[in-house]
Structures are given as structure tokens and as C-alpha cells.
Design a protein around this ligand. Structure first.
Ligand code: GTP
Ligand code: SPV
Ligand code: MN
Length: 584
């Protein structure tokens, strides 16, 4: 027996009977195993060696050009009852879904190796962590899962002790978009993914498990599984406040998680610690505060735009032992993307670079790297108890209307702010880019059940005995009349975080407005920024007529979820709308 757990052994045998691999390999997670896989992938061209002098241990993978991002139209959440999936998900009857995808898995691993990957999402000894097993025929997936999760022997031992695990079955199949599905069965805690080798579709520990399935586990067990970064802000007195922030894909989570303080702040002794850049699991502690862990062990980050000036922590992290996917290459075989100095000679598809073909690196090209390599990696990220959260932040790409920062007056108002979140679409998913869509809590592609029930679950945390964090909304992407960003962003975002922390500590008064609390005159530190005065007032300007239209749109959006939308959120929307009318 390869596992002491009968349920695991039986499931692996069932899958093998269907997929008929030549060989089964149980992953132990060792360095030797990783090196062996790399060797095999270099031999068959799955990986391409990059310049080992400048980038030791770094490799390039080129995915199929039809397989470069998440595919939301092929992603299904298959609850028994269609209503439980909600209008926010594509739904298929579970029996039909199993039949459809199982037919694709029939014999799909013939002549190949089937890998069994036991993994743990979160520190291996944390009560907040949850385990899973992914079965895949892709060594690229195994290598990425080893970086992104606690994978191998220790995870298998925890699974055998606990007796339960999330089941994930994956095959890259023919990479034919016509034969591609990402299916979730929340009641069975099962995932089946066929026909894609790309990140969120194939590394099943990430979005499929840690968000779509985990959001269901979280609701049943009284915690939250969110698309959030976690960052620690240490002030000159040595106190660290932890902030969790939800921004949609490719809207700045990795950047904020690895923020480099502006020079003045650095001199004063401010430090920033990275706990997570994409996913956050949090649950109330005995003291009523929310404690958070990052279920991941690595970063699967957006490459384009990553540079010394925007994110030098990320750049330093990826100088060694990194897998790059769909980036371009320079003449001396270094990885390259838009935003880096130097010139590309080969584009992400392996063609000689020609600007007529578009960007050299794919806009959703990524790096996979162990979090341990990040210079600002927090030692608290390994803490089994998690970190206490002082502020929750929502935000998106909004070229107009939304101010740089505002604070919710209470938890319910904050839940409304999160529910109302909107953002321009990005390259992280297939489809048009730059279209405004609602993306509540940045979870539109990831919430594994009805959004109405999800908002009710969020509201349920507001009860006696809880010491909930304050909730804020930010917008780094407001544009001036010239079409340029008004706010410099990146490291300068610390100025906004400092105001939030001051609010949490009762050290800033703020100014009440109908849409929320904004910084009072002088509370946002802008010294050394050279921000024109008009820009400052424009960043915090509240356009009453624009907001009335926005509140109407939010009302319609909430109503689109029908009777499962909690009445409390409707009331909150009406309260804000009334406040706006009164202020007119
Ligand atoms: P996922 O991994 O897809 O979930 O994305 P993410 O939210 O981690 O995105 P990331 O931090 O990689 O941000 C990607 C894009 O946002 C890049 O184009 C950055 O240049 C841009 N960006 C990040 N922070 C800022 C900011 O403060 N201001 C502006 N203007 N752009 C930003
Ligand atoms: C995202 O798109 O939000 C990502 C990348 O973090 S993926 O793993 O593809 O979901
Ligand atoms: Mn993400």
C-alpha cells in the first residue's frame, strides 16, 4: 500500500483504472525528486534552461498559446441544487458534469506517469490549514505545486492522521479549448480539471481548492476564505499591524504585499513584512479578533511591470530557483518582460521578437517562486496561529468616481463596500480587457457558492464578543483629465496604509461623508510627493451626482441576486443613498 489511508489508496486506484497510466509516482516533496523532474522536463522541452549564471535554477515554460489564463466560461461549480451555485457561477448538474468530464479522462494517461501530490494549504501544524491531494499527468504542475504548497511526505502524514482531504484530478489532455473543463463539486470536496496546463486551472491547490472549495468549507465551519494579500506594517516603535486586502486579479496584490516604503518612511524606521500575496484564510480567535494565515507557500505572480522601481522585492525573489511561464528571452538567455531594461530577442511563443506581434512577454506571463526567497518574507507567515488582522481593504481599478481611500462606518457598511466593488477587467482571465465589471470582494471568479449566501456569511461575523477589523476601500487607479493616474501608487501606498492604521488605533479623526470616512485635512502625509494641489483634492473628491448613479447601479446589482441577498445589505445601500440625497 502506498498510503495508510484506505480512502486515499482506493481513490488513486479508481483514477488509475480510468486514466490507465503506465506508472504511478507518489510525490515525497524532496529536493531530489524536484531535480529529477526538472531533468526530465529539460530533456523533453517542457522546460527551457535560462542563463544559469545570472539566474541559477531558473527555467522557462511556454504554455500552449490557447492556454494562457483562467477560463471562467469553462469553470463550473456543480452543487446538487442549482440555486446554491448562484448567478455568480456557471452551474452543471453534478451527475452530468461527472459523466462529461470522466469521458475525457478515459485512458488519457496511457503511456505516461500519473503523479499523486499530497499537499497542505497553510503551515503544516496549523489548525487553520486544510489538506488536499492532486492527481495529475503534468510534471510542470508537480514542480509548481512543490513551490506553491507544502507538498509531499509531511502533508501525506497529516492527511492520514485526519482521514479527510480535498480530491483534485487534473490532466492537461490535448489542450484543446473544445475539450477543456474546470469542474468543482463542493458537496464532495472534489475538483476535476481537464485540458489546461495553466495556473489557476491546473495548480488545483490554488484557486480551485483554496478559494472555490474552501469558501464552502469556510462557510460550514465559520471562517473566511478570501482572495486577499496579507501584509505586516511595522512602525518606528516596532509595533506591527496586519492588513488583508482584496483586489481583483492583476490589480496590485503582489505589489502591496511586498511594498517598499518611500525613502522618508524608511529613514524613520518603517518596515513592511510579506505574509501572503493572493489568498487569505481567516477565523475568529478566542479574543474575538480575526486571525489569518496564507495557505500558500509561494508566489505565482504577474511578471510584466515587475521592476526595480515597482517591486524590487519581487525582482530579488525571482533571481534564482524560479519557473517562468510565457515570458520573453534576451540575447543572453535571461527572462524578459515589458517594464524591464534590456531588449527581448525571442517572444513568449518562441518566435523572433517582432513588435507587430504584440508584447514580447504575454500580459499574463507569470513567475513561480518560493515565498522564502522574498527579502521581506515575514517569520509570522509560518505561525500556526496566524496573524491578527487590524484592517480589511477592498479595491479595484476605477478610473473615476472612487476616492483614493474611504473607511466604512461599521462592518455592514464595509460588507456593502466589498459587495459593490467594481474593476476594469485584466489579462488574468480570457476575454476583453478594460471593461468595468462588478467583482464583489474580488471573488467573482472564485466564490464557490451563491453570492447572496456569501454576503450573509460575511455579515454573520458581526456579533457580540467580536473585535472586528475596520474596513476600507482604496482606488490607486483614479485618472485625471489628462488620462494619467492621479496617485503615484506602489511604495507611496504606505501613506494610505498609515492613515488606516492610525484610524484603527484611534489616532486619526477622519472626516465623515455620505459615502464613508475620508482623511481629514492634513491626515494623509504627502510630504516629499510633489503632488499638485488639484490632484490631492481630485483624489478625495466626491461627485454627488456620480455617486447617486453608482448607488442606483449597486442597488440593481444587489437585486440581481434575488431573495438570497440579505435584507441588511439592501438597507445599507438605501441608507447610503438617503445620505447622499440629504447632502445635495
Ligand atoms: P493576481 O496574481 O492575478 O491575483 O494579481 P495581483 O493582484 O497580485 O496583481 P499584481 O500585484 O501583480 O499587479 C499587477 C499590475 O498592477 C501591474 O501592472 C502593476 O504595475 C499594477 N499596479 C500594482 N500596484 C499599483 C499601484 O499602486 N498603482 C498603479 N498605477 N498600478 C499598480
Ligand atoms: C489570479 O488570476 O487571480 C491569479 C492567477 O492569482 S491564477 O492562479 O491563474 O488564478
Ligand atoms: Mn489572484
Amino acid at each position: 500500500m502506498a498510503s495508510k489511508l484506505e480512502a486515499l489508496e482506493r481513490w488513486v486506484n479508481e483514477v488509475a483504472a480510468r486514466t490507465r497510466p503506465a506508472k504511478i509516482h507518489w510525490c515525497d516533496g524532496s529536493e531530489a525528486e524536484y531535480q529529477q523532474l526538472v531533468k526530465e522536463m529539460l530533456a523533453d522541452g517542457t522546460l527551457i534552461e535560462l542563463n544559469q549564471e545570472t539566474h541559477p535554477g531558473c527555467y522557462l515554460h511556454r504554455s500552449n498559446p490557447s492556454d494562457v489564463a483562467r477560463v471562467e466560461h469553462l469553470t463550473f461549480v456543480c452543487h446538487k441544487n442549482q440555486d446554491d451555485a448562484g448567478p455568480n457561477n456557471h452551474w452543471m448538474d453534478p451527475t452530468e458534469a461527472h459523466a462529461k468530464i470522466d469521458a475525457l479522462f478515459d485512458g488519457c494517461m496511457e503511456g505516461r506517469t500519473m503523479y499523486v501530490i499530497p499537499y497542505c494549504m497553510g503551515p503544516i501544524d496549523s489548525p487553520l490549514s486544510r489538506c488536499g491531494v492532486e492527481i495529475t499527468d503534468s510534471p510542470y504542475v508537480v514542480a509548481n505545486m512543490r513551490i506553491m504548497t507544502r507538498m509531499g511526505k509531511a502533508a501525506q502524514e497529516r492527511i492520514e492522521r485526519e482521514g479527510s482531504f480535498v480530491k483534485g484530478l487534473h490532466s492537461t489532455g490535448e489542450l484543446d479549448p473544445e475539450r477543456r473543463f474546470i469542474m468543482h463539486f463542493p458537496e464532495e470536496r472534489t475538483i476535476k480539471s481537464y485540458g489546461s496546463g495553466y495556473g489557476g486551472n491546473a495548480l488545483l491547490g490554488k484557486k480551485c481548492h483554496a478559494l472555490r472549495i474552501a469558501s464552502n468549507q469556510a462557510r460550514d465551519e465559520g471562517w473566511l476564505a478570501e482572495h486577499m494579500l496579507i501584509v505586516g506594517i511595522e512602525n518606528p516603535q516596532g509595533d506591527t499591524h496586519y492588513v488583508a486586502a482584496a483586489f481583483p486579479s492583476a490589480c496590485g496584490k503582489t505589489n502591496l504585499a511586498m511594498l517598499i516604503p518611500p525613502e522618508g518612511y524608511r529613514k524613520d524606521g518603517w518596515k513592511v513584512w510579506t505574509v501572503g500575496d493572493d489568498i487569505c484564510w481567516m477565523r475568529p480567535g478566542a479574543d474575538g479578533r480575526l486571525y489569518a494565515i496564507n495557505p500558500e507557500a509561494g508566489f505565482f505572480g504577474v511578471a510584466p511591470g515587475t521592476s526595480t522601481s515597482t517591486n524590487s522585492n519581487a525582482l530579488q525573489s525571482i533571481s534564482r530557483n524560479t519557473i517562468f511561464t510565457n515570458v520573453a528571452v534576451t540575447a543572453d538567455n535571461q527572462p524578459w518582460w515589458e517594464g524591464l531594461p534590456g531588449t527581448p530577442v525571442t517572444d513568449w511563443q518562441g518566435r523572433p521578437y517582432d513588435p507587430a506581434n504584440g508584447p514580447a512577454a504575454h500580459p499574463n506571463s507569470r513567475f513561480t517562486v518560493s515565498a522564502k526567497q522574498c527579502p521581506t518574507w515575514s517569520e509570522k507567515a509560518e505561525d500556526a496561529q496566524g496573524v491578527p488582522i487590524d484592517a480589511i481593504v477592498f479595491g479595484g481599478r476605477r478610473p473615476s468616481l472612487l476616492p483614493l481611500v474611504m473607511e466604512a462606518r461599521d462592518w455592514a457598511h464595509g460588507v456593502l463596500m466589498g459587495a459593490a466593488m467594481g474593476s476594469e477587467t485584466t489579462a488574468a482571465a480570457t476575454g476583453a480587457v478594460g471593461v468595468l465589471r462588478r467583482d464583489s470582494m474580488a471573488m467573482k471568479p472564485f466564490c464557490g457558492y451563491h453570492y447572496g449566501d456569501y454576503f450573509a456569511h460575511w455579515l454573520s461575523f458581526d456579533k457580540p464578543g467580536m473585535k472586528l477589523p475596520k474596513i476600507f476601500h482604496v482606488n490607486w487607479f483614479r485618472k485625471g483629465k489628462d488620462g494619467k493616474f492621479l496617485w503615484p501608487g506602489f511604495g507611496e501606498n504606505l501613506r494610505v496604509l498609515e492613515w488606516m492604521i492610525n484610524r484603527a488605533d484611534g489616532k486619526a479623526r477622519g472626516m465623515e461623508t455620505p459615502i464613508g470616512i475620508i482623511p481629514a485635512e492634513g491626515e494623509l502625509k504627502l510630504e516629499g510627493l510633489n503632488l499638485p494641489r488639484e490632484a490631492t483634492s481630485e483624489l478625495l473628491d466626491i461627485d454627488t451626482a456620480g455617486w447617486q448613479a453608482e448607488l442606483d447601479a449597486i442597488g440593481e446589482y444587489l437585486a440581481s441576486f434575488g431573495s438570497r441577498m440579505p435584507e441588511r445589505l439592501h438597507q445599507e445601500q438605501q441608507r447610503v443613498a438617503r445620505g447622499l440625497s440629504a447632502a445635495e
